[in-house]
Structures are given as C-alpha cells and as structure tokens.
Ligand binder design. Sequence first.
Ligand code: DX5
Ligand code: ZN
Length: 217
Amino acid sequence: SRKIKIAPSILSADFADFGREIQAIEAEGADWVHIDVMDGHFVPNLTFGPPAVAAFRKHVKTVMDVHLMIAPVDPYIDAYAKAGADILTAHIEAGPHIHRTLQAIRGAGMKAGIALNPGTPAEAVSDLLDMADLICVMTVNPGFGGQKFIDMTAKVRKLRAMIGDRPVHIEIDGGMDPVTAPLMAAAGADVLVAGSAVFKGGSVENHAVYGQNIRAI
Ligand code: DX5
Ligand code: ZN
C-alpha cells in the first residue's frame, strides 16, 4: 500500500522562531516541510517571500515544498529556485497560462505542482498530467490555517484515476487531522499537509508533542 507522507505547514508555527520550528518538526518525523507563501492579493493574507524562504532553506534537511498562493507567479519563479525550493506549486486559478508556468518551474530545476481550489474540478488538470510532479488538492479555501475540512473525496478519486501510473503525487492541503486524513488517504492521496493539527499543544521547547501529533494523523 502507498506510504503516506506528512508535510507540516509552518503557517501554524511560531512566526518568531521558524528556524527552530523547522528543526523541531523534522526531528519529530516530518517527511516534507510545507511553506505557505501568501501575497495578500490572491488570498486575503500575507506571509513571506523569497528572502524568508531562502533563510528557511538553511534549516530544511528533508524537502522544501513551497505552496505559492500568489498571482502572478511567473515573475517570481527564479527567486524561489534560488531560494532553494525543491517543489514549487502554483494555483491553476492564479492566471491564464498554467502550462507556461509549469514549464518555467521545471526549467528552473524544481519539481512542479498544480494547486486546485475547492471550486476547481479535477478535469482542469487533464491535459497537464505530464507537466506536473504534484497535484495539491485544497480542502479549505486558501489563506489561513485551522479552517474546517471540505471533503474532496470524489475529486481525489478522479485525480488518482486520471494520473494512472504516472509519478504524480496527490497532496491534500487543509483541515488534515486524525479524522479527515484517513478519508483522503483512502481516496488516493499520498502526501498530507497539516498545520494546526501538528503544532497544536506543542512548542519548540516541547516538540515531542509535534511528534505525537504527526504520528496521530
Ligand atoms: C492554507 C494553507 C494550508 C494551511 C493548512 O491556505 O495552504 O497549508 O496552512 O493548515 P491546517 O492544517 O491548519 O488547515
Ligand atoms: Zn498550503
């Protein structure tokens, strides 16, 4: 059966202590580190940009999975490549030229992801499955951590069927916890992003709680 990877999102971490938070979640078993970039335009929240992501890179020993909730995307691709992103995921809703964006991401030496908001159907990526290494299925409307899960079982099943034996990850993003995660894994997801469910109740000092939370998902 498929090994499920857990990618904690640092959006729920202490914004005054990202370096130690990244070290803590990786020490506690994170498979990837999910970095939520928000521009206050594509989503109603603002987080961090290339300089911060370059600083995070110094601490990430696993995989730096960068989720761009920004529009436009293309002018910033090289900056995120230089910042050290391993995977760069763009929202299909961020502009009219997703195919060109994916070409540019791979051209800059990164793995390319496509993120789909809850309102975007699986069919939107049917002609892009050889251009992407990952499909990120949003199970919340993007912008914040700690939101209520929106069930995307049917969409995930459809995507897994469309992908077939291509090496394309299905990543679930939003509201992942011990109850909702098994639903998405059963539907065909292989990477689960979790922010509030990983960081809740813990701290950099008491990061054993992060490990318990990760193992419970
Ligand atoms: C939301 C972000 C998600 C978020 C997940 O826009 O893309 O990655 O941090 O947080 P939780 O797991 O708390 O829903
Ligand atoms: Zn995200």
